[in-house]
Design a binder for this molecule. Structure first.
Ligand SMILES: Nc1nc2c(c(=O)[nH]1)N[C@H]1C(S)=C(S)[C@@H](COP(=O)(O)O)O[C@H]1N2
Ligand SMILES: [Mo]
Length: 551
């Protein structure tokens, strides 16, 4: 029998004189190590599911792994499982996964007790497998990554900690405590007093299990609510617009690989909000109130909103935090009711100059009344690219205002409009250092070639997007190494509220080049050359890429 410390057979120097000689883990210790593994991995998964569920209700690391399992299982086995379990096949899959995970978790605990960090390594492998499964899902977005990482890291830390407590107990006891181990009561009453480390191990194990249960219940509750609303969303049939979106003009796409798509798919659309937990709003419970400086207060529910003459328009929205060349901008086809029609019903009073919109989670934006009542298509939007708004993008109703950064206009999960004055009210970001007014600054971006890329000499195709919302783009130019401006081929925009694509082929000989882009709006005003940071009112400067032209 090996007489070195548990978990580290033969790796430690001889114990100092007087310290009890620990023994190879006994059966009951192995059992508790397995329990530690299950509790550690269970806590990690519960916290990962909770984080994922709150960040993005459509994400679940566990179901992503389940989906990946379905994808790799041969069709014959799938048919067999379906014939065996019928419509309960998904439940059977999740149950089977649960058993497999529990077995692996128990194994990680057992090997961790035998060799320090061996179990941690098992969980790490597990985490990598989960991450690969999540990355392989079609609906992947960048915010799918933190949850499986969190699950794995928490699992690894807890495993080491719990098994560490178990090792202390084993060391202190010097030999297995009396009694059958798992039966704590019997051990307590046995003749040799239980070492305090034993108590500490059970406190740690029990405490961690309690955390796992609480996190699991919260995750399940939240996911349950999100699932109900997701189901309502998927069953929702949006009305046909009274005024459909103008057709996309021929040639609006330059068809150059790497240039951002003219219309951004919902799953690729940037997401910015302060919501740690995505608000889950039941459309049947949703109401919007119009209050403040109005002749008539108005309350509108979702069913009533859908009976209004809705219009559909492409609008490019952008975040004030979008750096020059950044991707916090996207273009979608929004379906909604013009805000000016709602405000006309309410009748703003003289002196009002701002509408403070509020979301269910208390976030606010202050938008000039003028912008919401002029002829532009500011929308109380219910649809995005032909679907109800995704939960992350404001389901069931949000504001979309052509020409203004999101922080002063694009309130998601909107439930209140207060007609007021800039002198009396402020939106969420204004006291936090961002300017009161947030018109989107005319800007442009080079999408291809990417900064720092090598390309072969000859004709090099440049392409990208440019935007000047609600004015429209008149011209896009490039300059090479600060030389003269060369006019690019500007594709027709969908409307003056959307971005435009452009391209330009330049003959380049081998060498290093710095290429810059500049957009000019339809009023002849060029974008600002001086660099400004995003704070307080949006970045300026020319997007610049360096390309290495190889012979
Ligand atoms: N309720 C709520 N709405 C919000 C925000 C927020 O934090 N909470 N952020 C705004 C900001 S700063 C931007 S840029 C846009 C982004 O909209 P998107 O996530 O649909 O792209 O939403 C706006 N609407
Ligand atoms: Mo933003």
């Amino acid at each position: 029998m090996n007489t070195s410390q548990p978990g580290r057979p033969g790796t430690l120097p001889d114990p100092a004189p007087g310290t009890p000689v620990p023994r190879r883990p006994e059966r009951h210790a192995t059992g508790w190590a397995a329990a530690a593994g299950v509790v550690a991995v269970g806590s990690g998964l519960a916290l990962g599911e909770l984080a994922a569920g709150l960040m993005s209700p459509s994400l679940s690391p566990v179901t992503a792994v389940g989906g990946a399992v379905i994808d790799v299982v041969p069709p014959g086995v799938k048919d067999w499982a379906i014939s065996l379990f019928g419509t309960a096949d998904k439940v059977a899959l999740l149950g089977g996964m649960g058993l497999a995970i529990a077995a692996l978790a128990a194994l990680s605990g057992i090997v961790e007790l035998r060799r320090r960090f061996a179990g941690v390594a098992v969980i790490a492998l597990f985490g990598v497998a989960g991450l690969v499964a999540v990355l392989g899902r079609a609906e992947l977005t960048a915010n799918a990554i933190p949850a499986p990482l969190l699950a794995a890291v928490v699992g690894m830390i807890l495993l080491r900690w719990l098994v560490g407590r178990l090792e202390d107990w084993q060391t202190e006891a010097g030999q297995p405590p009396a009694g059958p181990g798992p039966d704590a009561g019997a051990a307590e009453s046995a003749a040799p007093p239980a070492p305090p480390s034993r108590r500490r191990f059970f406190l740690a194990l029990g405490g961690t299990a309690a955390v796992a249960v609480v996190a699991g219940v919260l995750a399940a509750t939240f996911r349950g609510a999100a699932a109900v609303v997701s189901e309502l969303r998927s069953k929702l049939a949006l009305p046909v617009p009274a005024s459909p979106a103008p057709p996309i003009p021929a040639g609006a796409e330059v068809r150059l690989d790497g240039v951002g798509p003219l219309v951004t798919p919902n799953r690729d659309f940037y997401r910015i909000d302060t919501a740690l937990r995505v608000p889950v709003v039941d459309p049947d419970q949703w109401t919007l109130t119009v209050t403040g400086l109005v002749e008539r207060e108005i309350s509108l529910d979702f069913a009533a909103l859908l009976t209004k003459p809705l219009i559909e328009r492409h609008v490019t929205i952008a975040c004030v935090s979008n750096e020059v060349g950044g991707d916090l901008i996207g273009n979608a086809r929004w379906l909604g009711w013009p805000v000016r029609e709602l405000l006309a019903l309410a009748g703003p009073k003289d002196g009002a100059d701002m509408v403070l919109s509020r979301s269910t989670d208390g976030w606010t934006a202050g938008t000039p009344l003028e912008v919401l009542t002029d002829s532009r298509d500011a929308l109380l939007a219910v649809g995005m690219n032909g679907e109800p708004l995704p939960l992350e993008h404001g389901f069931p109703v949000r504001l979309i205002v052509p020409g203004l950064y999101g922080y002063v206009s694009a309130t998601k999960w909107v439930t209140g409009l207060k007609v007021t004055r800039f002198a009396d009210d402020v939106g969420y970001w204004t006291p936090r250092g961002w300017s009161e007014q947030g018109p989107i600054k005319t800007s442009s971006r080079i999408d291809v070639p990417r900064d720092g890329r090598s390309v072969s000499a000859g004709t090099v195709a440049f392409g990208g997007v440019a935007w000047a919302q609600h004015t429209g783009i008149g011209r896009v130019e490039l300059r090479v190494n600060r030389g003269g401006w060369l006019e690019a081929q500007l594709a027709p925009g969908i409307s003056k509220d959307t971005w435009y694509q452009w391209k330009l082929a330049l003959p380049l000989t081998p060498g290093r080049y710095e290429v810059q882009v500049r957009a000019t709006d339809l009023n002849g005003v060029a974008q600002v050359e001086d660099r400004a940071p995003v704070v307080p009112s949006g970045a300026t400067g020319f997007h610049t890429v360096r390309v290495d032209v190889k012979s």
